[in-house]
Design a protein around this ligand. Sequence first.
Ligand code: ATP
Ligand code: MG
Ligand code: MG
Ligand code: MG
Length: 471
Amino acid sequence: KAYGVNELRRMFLDFFESKGHLKMKSFSLVPHNDNSLLLINSGMAPLKPYFTGQEIPPRRRVTTCQKCIRTGDIENVGKTARHGTFFEMLGNFSFGDYFKTEAIHWSWEFLTEVVGLDPDRLYPSVYEDDDEAWKIWNEEIGIAPERIFRFGKEDNFWEHGSGPCGPCSEIYYDRGEKYGCGKPGCTVGCECDRYMEIWNNVFSQFDNDGHGNYSELKQKNIDTGMGLERLACIVQDVDSMFDIDTLKALRDQVCEIAGVSYGDNESTDVSLRVITDHVRSVTFMISDGIMPSNEGRGYVLRRLLRRACRHGRLLNIAPGFLTDLAATVIEGSKDGYPELEEKKDFIMNVIRKEEEQFEKTIDQGLVILNEMKEKMAEEGTKTLSGEDAFKLYDTYGFPIDLTKEILEEEGMDIDEEGFKAAMEVQRQTARKARKATNYMGADATVYESIDPSVTSKFVGYEHLEYESKIT
Ligand code: ATP
Ligand code: MG
Ligand code: MG
Ligand code: MG
């Protein structure tokens, strides 16, 4: 049955609740007491203190659907069927409670019995030395040996610097030949979208002391993550995550305001998907208290928002379109994330302001960039100078990645070192002048006028989020 996204989320959480897990609300995208991470990128990330034993979990079995941002995947977005910068990760976790056997059995039971996926299309992978997991798949679940893939450290050993780590077992789904790259040797583990990775089961059983020495953990943990959008893509039997019910509604709206249809032209489709994805990231980030700025998380937000604006221009969409799309994101996801509805006006106002600010300068910036390109052609160079890139950033609000992306479309690049140097000069000057370093004038004060409760630190909100995490 082609369950909807909101249905699948509930089915997963209910299933693991029936297996003794405590349902917890998604944590904020802003990490709490964790400087190693800019944004939450997996279900386990906000639960780290429970894995290391630093904090006592409310229960030893927990299940969540966690909002995640992975800007590392930005290049893939719109090009693969399975990557978004924003996605939801379903997870079940054991803090020193059950281990491999239960984790594998339950993942299989959920996929084949609850959701009803065809077992013949599912393929597990295990870490090359993990005979224990291999045996569970083979002897207990009954998967034929040739259908179980053994991969090396790169793919099937999960580790994040020092701390808890261990082998993992992933589950792939064969979507059929029509999604394959057709290259010889295309099989499970191929980067193309035929064998789609849906679920990662991590058996965190070792502790890495940071120097590559592994000792067995006293407490053996389970940490799993399954992309909700990918699951929906398979269950609904559609081409990509941009065709699942919730994202399609959003994508259709982008088509409508752009006056184009989906599936007519590949480069148009990429822009449609990029906008669809980025507006989700932007909406969720703002709802978690992140404000556009020139640093850290705020810069990630600004970069995504401006990138979406630029793709809007490529599609000749009239400025100011992101706010309407954000309303659709909120409508589609408020079921799982009521905070979206609560903060609706605020989210829309922040997006509107930031969009307006960028729109004011983007046209001028593009004209300047064209002049720069002409100058480059005359000089016979394909590299934009750091100073010019900085001028676009400083005066016209072009995030460096945006300038880079525009140039790359025409086989050109940027002197990035030169850009950093120009930036550093500006920093020093600003420091000397004891001025704030908000080059584009979009500091938090702009947003304080929208909502006086907003401060750049947002301590109050984070505190609330933390308090209300246990449901
Ligand atoms: P891939 O190899 O396809 O990039 P991954 O190995 O990087 O995926 P994991 O880090 O194992 O992914 O994350 C666990 C699960 O989260 C994946 O199996 C997938 O279902 C989902 N997931 C990961 N990255 C994304 C993304 N960018 N967009 C949507 N879902 C994702
Ligand atoms: Mg990846
Ligand atoms: Mg992978
Ligand atoms: Mg993986």
